[in-house]
Design a protein around this ligand. Structure first.
Ligand SMILES: [Zn+2]
Length: 68
């Protein structure tokens, strides 16, 4: 039982280091609002932040920058 717990903790740590956690800087091109979010970069280099749209309803035009 005790050994199982250690194994789970170790494999979880491995997952976190392989999928890069990054900071994302998003600026709305319509109203200029800036959002700083945490994202997770997958193996293909795509960054998922969960960010969907700005306060001004814009959900397409953003300047996105990864600030690692
Ligand atoms: Zn906006």
């Amino acid at each position: 039982m005790h050994t199982d717990l250690i194994t789970i903790a170790e494999s979880k740590r491995e997952l976190e280091s392989s999928s890069g956690r990054v900071k994302i800087h998003i600026r709305c091109r319509k109203c200029g609002e800036v959002f700083i979010l945490r994202g997770i970069r997958d193996v293909k280099g795509h960054v998922e932040t969960g960010f969907r749209r700005c306060l001004c309803d814009n959900d397409k035009e953003f300047d996105v920058q990864v600030v690692e």
